[in-house]
Design a protein around this ligand. Structure first.
Ligand code: CTP
Length: 408
């Protein structure tokens, strides 16, 4: 099946350059569904795009002949990417705040595929705090930006605001499309959320994990073409559609599901906050209060990550470390002690739980440390998967060259 993208074009003097972007993509074998906003159609005509793309161009929410299905949904489901070239300050604001008042903005909200945005506008507008903060919101959703370039602007001013070069934009779109396939054929197991250890039918021990980090990894891996297995403790989150969701409650249930899947997996990301202890026994009836103190006796749960490290064969194993002190030192220790390939260390004294962003340090066995300061969990998930995939490829190459007879 041919790769298809939606190319959104908004009302800006640089709209004519979108014709060249479309041609560049077509030459690379990409099928392009053009979506023009009403103001874009003041700068370039739908007819130009229709003639060059040999496809009808969408200009309106309710076009005659295109209402047999819910069109923005059917387009969203048929594309591998949404690119907006050029993007005005107006469209950045609407995307950032979820306003859906035309086809492009409605498509944006219904689109699960990656989004790339190439803005173009006057330099004062580009630097305005409102636009800056909208760009930050959109970046925190993991959207790709091809920033405008400095130079003379249509308004007569000089500065950053010109649409980036056509070749630069076409290459970035192709790179993102390629990344969309980078985990094709790879099986990724992600654990997420807290575990719950029951005391009696109404009381339990648990922790503050929201599951957001693990779900971000599952969603990103899915978008990159992986087959994703998500073993999740109870969370408020909706699993991304397309993942194999295995809901669990206790650490023991998580252990059982994970160990069963493990031999078949290529990358394993243990983002769950697994309880280290559980009550020695779970009362079948509600425990009645007594007059004095109550002693709750706990026993250790198995460390699932350690078991995985011990059994590791071809898998790339990624662990997490939540620390409140001596962050990197403890993280390095966990990396070797649990036989991991990659470890994500979070300083939880700053309150990462439940937040959409975090500061994470990604440590490898070679001693490399990549620090992502106050980044969204989607961005952290992307970097984590980049590094895990590089480790996987390097390991496969080493294995292949070991198996090859000496070349003389
Ligand atoms: N983990 C696990 N099974 C457990 C406990 C933890 O698989 N019973 C995994 C988590 O999923 C996480 C990593 O171990 O990837 C680190 O958890 P963390 O609580 O930071 O550290 P611990 O290894 O439990 O060590 P400590 O409590 O000494 O900090």
């Amino acid at each position: 099946m041919a790769v298809k993208i939606a190319l959104g074009i908004t009302g800006c003097i640089a709209a004519y350059k979108a014709i060249e972007v479309m041609r560049g993509l077509q030459k690379a074998g990409v099928s392009v569904q053009v979506v023009l906003t009403r103001s874009a159609a003041q700068f370039v005509t739908p007819l130009t795009f229709e003639a060059l793309s040999a496809q009808s161009v969408i200009t309106d929410m309710f076009q005659p002949g295109q209402n047999r299905d819910i069109h923005h949904i059917s387009v969203a489901q048929s594309i591998q990417m949404l690119a907006v070239v050029p993007a005005t300050a107006n469209i950045l604001g609407k995307f950032a705040h979820g306003i859906a008042d035309d086809f492009l903005t409605t498509l944006y909200l219904s689109n699960p595929a990656p989004v790339l945005i190439a803005p173009a506008m006057n330099v004062e507008m580009w630097n305005h705090p409102a636009v800056r903060s909208n760009v930050e919101i959109l970046k925190s959703r993991g959207h790709y930006f091809v920033n405008p370039e400095p130079g003379p602007l249509a308004c007569g001013m000089e500065g950053e605001g010109r649409l980036a070069g056509v070749d630069v934009i076409v290459h970035r779109i192709l790179d993102v499309l390629h990344a969309g396939q980078s985990l094709k054929g790879v099986k990724v197991l992600v654990t997420a959320g807290p575990t719950i250890e029951d005391i009696d039918p109404i009381r339990f021990l648990s922790n503050r994990s929201s599951g957001k980090m693990g779900y971000a990894v599952a969603q990103t891996a899915l978008r990159r073409g992986a087959e994703v297995f998500l073993v999740s403790g109870p969370t408020e989150l909706k699993a991304p559609s397309g993942v194999h969701l295995i809901p669990v409650r206790s650490a023991a249930q998580m252990q059982e599901s994970v160990m069963k899947l493990y031999p078949e997996m290529d990358i394993v990301v243990k983002a769950a906050a697994v309880a280290d202890y559980r009550p020695i026994e779970t009362a079948t009836q509600k425990i009645k209060k007594g007059s004095g103190e109550m002693l709750l006796r706990l026993t250790r749960n198995k460390d699932i990550l350690e078991l995985l490290g011990r059994d590791k064969k071809h898998q790339v194993l990624v662990g997490f470390a939540a620390e409140t002190e001596r962050l990197l030192e403890s993280a390095r220790d966990k990396l070797t002690r649990k036989n991991l390939d990659l470890l994500v260390a979070n300083d939880v004294s700053a309150g990462v739980f439940g937040s959409d962003s975090a500061t994470a340090h990604l440590l490898t066995r070679d001693g490399d440390v990549v620090t992502l300061q106050d980044q969204s969990k989607i961005v952290i998930a992307g970097k984590l998967l980049d590094m895990a995939q590089s480790l996987r490829i390097a390991r496969a190459q080493r294995t292949r060259s070991k198996g090859r007879p000496d070349e003389t």
